[in-house]
Design a binder for this molecule. Structure first.
Ligand code: NAD
Ligand code: 6OD
Length: 491
C-alpha cells in the first residue's frame, strides 16, 4: 500500500464539543477503496442539539460582537486553516482521492479565502438610504438595517468539500449567523477538522456545528422549525426535494445545483488557449466540477483540428497517479457509485452512436488502485445535440464535441438546456465577445478562460441550476434580513 492508513473517527461537532454517536458509517479512499475513517451519524437528538446550540449562540457572545470584531474572528479562522494547511490537504485527499497538486491549489486555499474575503465584504458594505420628499414638504429619511437571518443550515456536496462548505459558512458567519453544517457523507473529514480550527481560534461554542450523515440527516435540518434558512449545493433532484421540505416552515433557501455547461470554440479563437482552457474545464478534478464543460460546440471549419488537439491534451497533459506524486493531476472519481454512473454514460454514448476519440472505459493498473474508483478521460464526437449523453449531467471527465455553422445556431444550441450554470467560449473578435456573452443563459460566462473566480462577484445558476445568487454583496440578500427604517422629518 502506498499509504499507511490509520482509520480515523469523525465525530459530530456540536456546541464546541466533539460528539460520537457510535452509529458509524465508513469513509473510503477512492484511490484504492480502503476504509480511512468512520463518521458518526447524527440522529434527531444530535440535530436538535446542534440547532439549539446555534440558536443560543445567536444572542450569546457571537451576537454581541461588533462587525469589526466579527470580521477579525473571520480572519483568524482563515489563518487557522492556513496554519493547518497540511492537515486539511491530507484529509481532503483521503476523502476524495484528488491529487495534492489540485487540492493544494484549488480546494484548501479557497477554504481560507472564503472567510477572509467575506470578512471584508460585510464589514465595508454601506447601508442604503433614501430621502423621500412628501407633499407637505417635510419628507422622510429611509435607511436599511441588516440583521443576521439566524440559524443557517448548510448542506454541501463531495466534489470540492472544504471549498464549497466554506463558500457558505464564510458569508453566513461574517453576517453574524450561526450554522449547522451537513457535509456530504462521502467527504466528511474537512468539516470535522474545521471544528477543531474553530475551537483553536476561539470562535464561541455553538456558532459552527457539524452533523454527519446521509440525506436523512440533511432532511432533519431542512424540516427543522428552528432553522431559519437553508443554503444548499448539490444535485438538482436533491434541491427539488429540499425545496419541498422547506415549504411547511417557509424557510429562505439559496440553491446551487447541477449543470450541463456548454463550451464554444469560434473559428477566430486562439486555439492554443482554447484547447488548454477547455482541457482544464473538461478534466480538472476528474470532471467533477459543477462549472465544468461537458458539451463543446466547435465551428465546423476547425472541428477536426480542435478534436485532435483536445485528444492530444488528454493523452499528454493528464497524468493518472497517486495523489502524493506532485506530477499527478488526474485522480479517481469520488466513489464506486459515482464511477458506475459515469461508466453507464460511457456505455450509453456508444449506444447513442458516439465515436470514441479517447478513453471510454476504466483504466486497469494491475495494482492496489484496481480497488479504487477510476475512469478514463473521454472525448466523443458523433453525438446528437439532443442525445441523453449531451443533455444530462454526467459529472465526470467526459465531453461531447458537436459542430456548428454560425453564431445564431450555436447560441441557440448552448441555451437549449434545462440548466443555466456556466458557459465558456473562445473568440478573438471583440465585437463577437460582447455580442455573444449576454445572449448565453448562464450565471457565469467565461470568455477565453475558465474557472477564474473573483469572490466579490455574483455566483449562481439560472433555470434548474439554481435559485438566488451568492458571492460579494449579493449573498447579503440571503444571509441577512433587511428592515427599512422610515423616519418622518418634521417641518
Ligand atoms: P447531492 O445532491 O447528492 O448531495 C448534496 C448534499 O445533499 C449531501 O450532503 C447529501 O447528503 C445531501 N442530501 C441528500 N439528500 C438530501 C435530502 N433529502 N435532504 C437534505 N439533504 C440531502 O449532490 P452530490 O452528489 O454531493 O454533488 C454533486 C452535484 O452537486 C452535481 O449535480 C453538481 O452539479 C452539483 N454541484 C453544484 C454546484 C453549484 O455551485 N451549482 C457546485 C458543486 C456541485
Ligand atoms: O468558486 C465558487 O465559489 C464555487 N461555488 C464553485 C463551484 C464549483 C462547483 O463544483
Amino acid at each position: 500500500m502506498h499509504k499507511d492508513i490509520v482509520v480515523r473517527q469523525l465525530p459530530n461537532f456540536i456546541n464546541g464539543d466533539f460528539v460520537e454517536t457510535g452509529d458509524t458509517f465508513d469513509v473510503l479512499y477512492p484511490v484504492t477503496g480502503e476504509v480511512t475513517a468512520q463518521a458518526h451519524r447524527a440522529g434527531q437528538a444530535e440535530v436538535d442539539a446542534a440547532v439549539a446550540a446555534a440558536r443560543a449562540a445567536l444572542t450569546g457572545p457571537w451576537g454581541g460582537l461588533a462587525q469589526a470584531e466579527r470580521s477579525s474572528m473571520m480572519r483568524a479562522i482563515a489563518d487557522g486553516i492556513v496554519k493547518r494547511f497540511d492537515d486539511f490537504l491530507e484529509a481532503e485527499v483521503l476523502d476524495t482521492g484528488k491529487p495534492k497538486a489540485v487540492a493544494s491549489h484549488v480546494d484548501i486555499p479557497r477554504g481560507g479565502a472564503n472567510f477572509a474575503t467575506f470578512a471584508d465584504i460585510v464589514k465595508d458594505h454601506p447601508t442604503e438610504a433614501f430621502r423621500l420628499d412628501t407633499p407637505d414638504g417635510a419628507g422622510a429619511l429611509n435607511y436599511g438595517v441588516r440583521r443576521p437571518r439566524g440559524v443557517i443550515g448548510v448542506i454541501s456536496p463531495w466534489n470540492l468539500p472544504l471549498l464549497l462548505m466554506t463558500w457558505k459558512v464564510g458569508p453566513a458567519l461574517a453576517c453574524g449567523n450561526t450554522v449547522v453544517v451537513k457535509p456530504s457523507e462521502v467527504t466528511p473529514s474537512t468539516a470535522t477538522l474545521l471544528g477543531e480550527v474553530m475551537n483553536e481560534v476561539g470562535v464561541p461554542a455553538g456558532v459552527f456545528n457539524v452533523v454527519h450523515g446521509f440525506g436523512e440527516t440533511g432532511a432533519m435540518i431542512t424540516s427543522h422549525p428552528d432553522v431559519d434558512g437553508i443554503t444548499f449545493t448539490g444535485e438538482t433532484g436533491t434541491g427539488s426535494i429540499i425545496l419541498k421540505a422547506v415549504a411547511p416552515t417557509l424557510k429562505a433557501s439559496s440553491m446551487e445545483m447541477g449543470g450541463k455547461n456548454a463550451g464554444i470554440v469560434f473559428e477566430d479563437a486562439d486555439l492554443d488557449l482554447a484547447v488548454a482552457e477547455l482541457g482544464r474545464s473538461c478534466f480538472l478534478n476528474t470532471g467533477q466540477v459543477c462549472l465544468g464543460t461537458e458539451r463543446v460546440y466547435v465551428h465546423e471549419s476547425i472541428f477536426d483540428t480542435v478534436a485532435s488537439r483536445l485528444v492530444d491534451y488528454a493523452k499528454n497533459e493528464l497524468r493518472y497517479g497517486y495523489p502524493d506524486d506532485p506530477s499527478t493531476n488526474f485522480g479517481p472519481v469520488v466513489s464506486d457509485e459515482h464511477r458506475d454512473k459515469v461508466l453507464s454514460y460511457y456505455k450509453l454514448a456508444e449506444q447513442e452512436g458516439a465515436t470514441v476519440l479517447h478513453g471510454g472505459g476504466a483504466p486497469v493498473f494491475g495494482d492496489e488502485r484496481d480497488g479504487g474508483s477510476w475512469v478514463e478521460p473521454t472525448i466523443w464526437t458523433g453525438l446528437a445535440h439532443d442525445s441523453r449523453v449531451a443533455t444530462e449531467e454526467i459529472f465526470g471527465p467526459a465531453v461531447a464535441l458537436i459542430p456548428f455553422r454560425d453564431e445564431d445556431e450555436v447560441v441557440r444550441l448552448a441555451n437549449d438546456t434545462r440548466y443555466g450554470l456556466a458557459a465558456t467560449f473562445f473568440s478573438t473578435d471583440v465585437s463577437r465577445v460582447h455580442r455573444v456573452a449576454p445572449r448565453l443563459e448562464a450565471g457565469i460566462v467565461w470568455v477565453n478562460s475558465w474557472f477564474l473566480r473573483d469572490l466579490r462577484t455574483a455566483f449562481g445558476g439560472m433555470k434548474q441550476s439554481g435559485i438566488g445568487r451568492e458571492g460579494g454583496v449579493h449573498g447579503l440578500e440571503f444571509y441577512t434580513e433587511m428592515t427599512n427604517v422610515c423616519v418622518k422629518i418634521g417641518t
